[in-house]
Design a protein around this ligand. Structure first.
Ligand code: ADP
Ligand code: MG
Length: 284
């Protein structure tokens, strides 16, 4: 594949990011992980949800993170979006300050700014990303307000544009997402996440639980967004077929660790880690 030039520089660098639930001890990292088949420290009982995750995300690419339930995928993106505080580690953003400061240790005001201006998040459960009893237009407006757009007419125009892009009929703009189907709720969530034109989009199991035909439409939409807007995305799924459809590069996680990383096609053709082989076999 011929990669466009914007692909060659990282937009985000992740270094040794760790999240422990519990008090932690000096053996937590040594006594958990794929070799033990567990993320629970036998000494102190803490859960090591993510341990020393390091990788780069490139401008405009779609990076996949795949792994079974409980491998630490959601915890990781929640740390990026500041929903959860990392125990340790560094994340640097090119689009914020040219990779100068570790964003995980910025003050809350700066974190909020990054979240509102540079990132979009789509959660597995629509109720986490949407106010289900606010109109879909209102949900988008809320995101635009946090990104400092206050002109009512412009907000409404932008909301219309976004709903059109995600194929929500404009007649439904003032309806409440709680009356929408699952696929439509996810498309409203995607509209909201794109509202502030973020250079980075985080998608956590967006199609899990949707019917196959609805799933295909949402996946198409995600691909189209990447083609048109060149947003860098992290796509999380427990399902390798979703990862295969969307991503160029993939990280495989198990028990809070990265066990394999590489080009998606290569991992599918020739998985190095036995756990990746297992995931791929379950797809075929
Ligand atoms: P995934 O998204 O890959 O299914 P998660 O990131 O949700 O995995 O969870 C990783 C591990 O962290 C799991 O063992 C889970 O039980 C644990 N975990 C997640 N959130 C919490 C929490 N708030 N408190 C304690 N443990 C948690
Ligand atoms: Mg999850």
């Amino acid at each position: 594949m011929n990669e466009p030039a914007y692909w060659q520089e990282p937009i985000m660098k992740v270094r040794n990011v760790t999240k422990r639930y519990g008090k932690g001890c000096y053996q937590c990292d040594e006594l958990t992980g794929p070799a033990f088949g567990s993320n629970i420290c036998p000494v102190c009982g803490s859960i090591v949800a993510c341990s020393n995750l390091s990788f780069d995300l490139y401008h405009g690419e779609i990076l996949g993170i795949v792994g079974e339930s409980g491998s630490g995928k959601s915890t990781f993106v929640k740390m990026l979006y500041f929903d959860e505080q990392a125990t340790s580690g560094q994340v640097y953003l090119d689009c914020y300050d040219g990779m100068q400061e570790n964003i995980l240790t910025l003050n809350n005001q700066k974190k909020r700014w990054i979240r509102n201006h540079l990132m979009g998040m789509v959660y597995q459960h629509p109720h986490l990303g949407l106010r289900l009893d606010f109109s879909s237009g209102g949900n988008i407006a809320e995101k635009l307000l946090t990104a400092d757009l206050y002109h009512v007419g412009k907000i409404r125009e932008r909301a219309k544009e976004l709903l059109k892009k995600t194929e929500i009929p404009l007649a439904r703009m003032d309806d409440l997402p709680k009356y929408f189907s699952g696929g439509m709720q996810q498309r409203v969530q995607i509209s909201k996440a794109l509202a502030n034109e973020p250079p980075i989009l985080l998608l956590d199991e967006v199609t899990t639980g949707l019917d196959v035909s609805v799933q295909a439409k949402v996946l198409d939409l995600i691909r189209e967004i990447q083609r048109e807007l060149h947003v860098a995305m992290i796509v999380i799924s427990h399902d390798f077929s979703v990862i295969k459809m969307l991503t160029q590069r993939t990280i495989v996680m198990k028990n809070g660790r990265i066990v394999e990383e590489g080009l998606t096609d290569q991992i599918i053709e020739d998985p190095q880690h036995e756990y990746s082989q297992l995931l791929i076999n379950s797809m075929l």
